[in-house]
Write a protein that binds this ligand. Structure first.
Ligand SMILES: Nc1ncnc2c1ncn2[C@@H]1O[C@H](COP(=O)(O)OP(=O)(O)OP(=O)(O)O)[C@@H](O)[C@H]1O
Ligand SMILES: [Mg+2]
Length: 448
């Protein structure tokens, strides 16, 4: 059904709009008119299009500009442009496009770097598309998802040993700026035993995209990866789409029966893009300037990762979450904790002390570890954390010499073991520890 039919317009009414109407075979589309632009929001009258659909804005001598319907008020539509708005003029014609937003995906995306619309950013030529999928994804019945039973090797011993991740798990990587998120993500991309890695670089600095692809990912890592990059200077809708596209690509590979590792840097920038859009259409801010729709969008994105139904592969997802000023009570951090199956916290204090990766094992948790790790490993991990924590809790006393040896056997053991525990938690960028290597290293660290 086309727009005119769906609104039951009489023939006369349609004729009245004739001048504003563009006829294509089998459909009648009524073009609207751009009447106002405030910030990034365009107000359009005279046409009808559902939320989430796309429109083309036609100016005289410019290529069409695409915009997405993000809201409405009475007969006014609010649109947000997907690309550059340079050259937009009042009264430009706005033409709704058919169908939902689809994106092309395919095996040829491997080794490529694309933008939020799926266009190549590298200079390796066009990418052949196998099929078009919905940007918003298809919902999977939660009961038909197969449970998390297999371990995913990420090549980092502190995670493999103490915070074991399962195939299909979704975890947050909570950290402030500059404490080693990108380096850690790069290590996981290169060393994981996942079949495919999809990296979404959302809203970060443009310079970082190149740096991540060249240094953190490297040639070897890029071969089995797809990178979707929407840097901070992209319009908010593009950044939102970047995160959704990365997820759609991961879904495509999962549906081919492959185990995918999806790395999203960062979920906070995704939330901030949604905040910009929601505020632009007049939604009132609630928590720390974030309107409520942000907290509805987060689970919508995150729920798309995970295991598929029987026969398909899995998407294990790691979302970095910026704890601004290392504030763990930030509303996005809080909300992410609730929707994810675990979190790995990177600590500035640890990074400042020179230990990388700066994983704070006391504050981190993998909620599925108990289901997938062996009894022996769980026992060793528990022992490790107990020794590590008792040292941390008494660190001040120990460092000023106020603790007297022999007072508490656990603290004595913790002090004796501290160098071994720290050695286990440190890992050089170029080192790869498989699950087996990690467990051996854990046993060695705890050997008395
Ligand atoms: N495993 C490691 N070994 C040695 N140094 C490391 C390691 N991980 C991180 N670093 C150091 O920390 C610095 C910052 O790391 P990185 O760029 O990954 O941080 P980030 O959290 O991604 O920062 P931003 O918030 O700016 O994106 C690196 O330049 C590097 O010097
Ligand atoms: Mg970074």
């Amino acid at each position: 059904m086309d727009y005119a039919e769906s609104l039951n317009l009489s023939l006369q009414e349609q004729l009245k709009h004739f001048n504003e109407t563009l006829i294509t075979p089998g459909s009648v589309k009524i073009a609207g008119r751009l009447v106002r632009m405030v910030g990034m929001t365009l107000e359009v009258v005279g046409t009808f299009a559902p939320i989430g659909s796309r429109c083309q804005i036609l100016s005289h001598d410019l290529p069409p500009i695409e915009a997405e319907v993000i809201g409405f008020n009475d007969d006014r539509l609010f649109l947000m442009p997907i690309g550059d708005t340079q050259g937009l003029s009042p009264n430009a014609r706005v033409l709704p496009m058919e169908g939902g937003v689809k994106v092309g995906v395919g095996m040829a995306m491997l080794g490529r770097v694309v933008d939020g619309s799926g266009w190549p950013l590298d200079s390796l030529g066009p990418i052949s598309v196998e099929k078009y999928v919905s940007l918003a994804g298809e919902r999977i019945n939660p009961l038909s998802r197969h449970p998390i039973t297999e371990i995913l090797d990420v090549g980092v011993k502190a995670i493999n040993g103490l915070l074991t991740l399962g195939q299909g798990q979704r975890v947050g990587l909570m950290a402030g700026t500059g404490v080693g998120k990108s380096v850690l993500l790069g290590m996981m991309t290169r060393y994981t035993n996942a079949d495919i890695v999809v990296v979404g670089l959302i809203g970060e600095r443009g310079r970082e995209v190149n740096e991540f692809v060249r240094h953190n990912l490297g040639e070897e890592g890029l071969k089995r990866s797809v990178v979707v990059a929407t840097p901070a200077d992209d319009p908010p809708l593009m950044r939102l789409h970047g995160a959704m596209l990365a997820t759609a690509i991961a879904e495509y590979f999962r549906d081919q029966g492959l185990n995918v590792l999806l790395l999203m840097d960062s979920l906070t920038r995704f939330a901030q893009a949604q905040r910009e859009i929601a505020l632009a259409v007049g939604e009132p801010p609630a928590s720390k300037g974030y309107p409520p729709s942000v907290f509805a969008k987060l689970p919508q994105l995150v729920e798309r990762a995970g295991n598929g139904s029987a026969g398909s592969g899995s998407i294990t997802a790691i979302y970095t979450v910026l704890a601004e000023g290392d504030d763990q009570a930030d509303p996005v951090v809080d909300s992410a904790r609730g929707v994810l199956d675990g979190h790995i916290v990177l600590s500035r204090e640890i990074a400042d002390s020179g230990r990388y990766p700066a994983i704070d094992v006391e504050s981190s948790i993998s909620r599925v570890m108990v289901d997938i790790a062996s009894k022996n490993q769980l026992e060793q991990a528990r022992k490790f954390k107990k020794l590590y924590s008792s040292y941390q809790q008494n660190k001040d006393l120990i460092s000023v010499g106020a603790y007297r040896k022999g007072t508490d056997p656990i603290i004595d053991a913790a002090i004796a073991k501290q160098p071994d525990l720290n050695l286990f938690l440190s890992q050089d960028i170029s080192e790869n520890f498989s699950i087996d290597d990690s467990l051996t290293a854990l046993d060695t660290a705890l050997m008395s």
